[in-house]
Design a protein around this ligand. Structure first.
Ligand code: AMP
Length: 297
């Protein structure tokens, strides 16, 4: 009887904990390899893995970084409680063909006298910035440090964190960083909830309630498709949808020209609707790109 060939176990990525990773990346680039970096805070889910697969498709060498960055959490936020699952992450990364993992120690990233930060300016002060005033300076600082330590060709980010992509694009341009940036679509659970490492905090009851966020974004999309252009009208209907569900503390619903954080009053072109809300103690963000019925010319 012929035996079926043994299926090859997925190859474990090489793990780096310190700045040694830089030499490994530079060696790959000197050998002509195109290198892709996927920065994450771990506790990986399919949304993260979709970025890794996008990198796999375009690059010869794929590196994921895993680092729960303390400087992007506010003093009252969930840094200590943030879910961590390094072994599970490694097993998932192996299934994507990821070649290296950079999981720096906290000392590698922030020495005891660390005091230098990237100040991102106005793009980081609105929307999320109003509720998390030091968030984007922490994000920009850690991403710049990751770019130094992992000098890849391309970095992959998710549209799920819409404002983050705007802030990082600004930083790449302002600081002449030699990185290409790719933004990949938001992955959702089958019922529409945007995948997030923080979803594990939700009780079953809260998780059902949280679906109102995506429902309200879909409502905005539908209203715009039906020809409604007034942001005020759409926002009110979204707020009603969320209020009727109950148990959701909506922090903001913003309508911005897509690719910016500039608010619009009318849907006249591609518009991103971004929102943040607390469901119980869990803070969730989501967004959707909507289009007017017929774009203005
Ligand atoms: P995090 O680990 O939350 O810092 O996320 C790491 C990267 O994964 C960021 O670029 C996120 O935007 C991206 N990401 C997180 N959730 C999703 C999702 N549901 N779909 C696509 N990308 C995501």
């Amino acid at each position: 009887m012929p035996h079926s060939p043994p299926t090859a176990a997925p190859r474990q990525p090489a793990v780096y904990r310190s700045g040694d990773v830089r030499e490994a990346v530079l060696n790959a680039r000197r050998a002509g390899q195109r290198v892709g970096l996927v920065p994450t805070m771990g506790s990986l889910h399919e949304g993260h893995l979709s970025l890794l697969r996008a990198a796999r498709d375009e690059c010869d060498l794929v590196i994921a970084s895993i680092f729960v960055n303390p400087t992007q959490f506010g003093p009252q936020e969930d840094f200590l409680a943030y879910p961590r699952n390094f072994d599970g992450d490694l097993a998932l990364l192996a299934t994507t063909g990821c070649n290296m993992v950079f999981a720096p120690t906290e000392e590698t990233m922030y020495g005891p006298n660390h005091s230098t930060f990237v100040e991102v300016g106005p793009v980081g002060q609105v929307l999320e910035g109003e509720f998390r005033p030091t968030h984007f300076r922490g994000v920009a600082t850690v991403v710049l440090k990751l770019f130094e330590l992992v000098p890849a060709d391309v970095a992959y980010f998710g549209r799920k964190d819409y404002q983050q992509t705007i802030v990082l694009r600004r930083m790449i341009e302002d600081l002449n960083l030699p990185f290409k940036m790719r933004v990949c679509p938001t992955l959702r659970e089958p019922d529409g909830l945007a995948m997030s490492s923080r979803n594990v905090y939700l009780s079953p009851h809260e998780r059902r309630r949280a679906l109102a966020l995506f429902r309200s974004l879909r409502l905005a999309e539908q209203l715009a498709r039906d020809g409604e252009r007034q942001v005020q009208t759409i926002r009110q209907k979204m707020e009603r949808e969320i209020a009727e569900t109950g148990g959701i503390d909506l922090q903001y619903v913003a309508f911005v020209a897509d690719g910016t954080v500039s608010p619009v009053e009318q849907i006249e072109g591609p518009t991103t609707v971004a929102l943040a809300a607390k469901v119980g103690t869990t803070r969730l963000i989501d967004n959707l790109l909507i289009q007017p019925l017929t774009p203005n010319r």
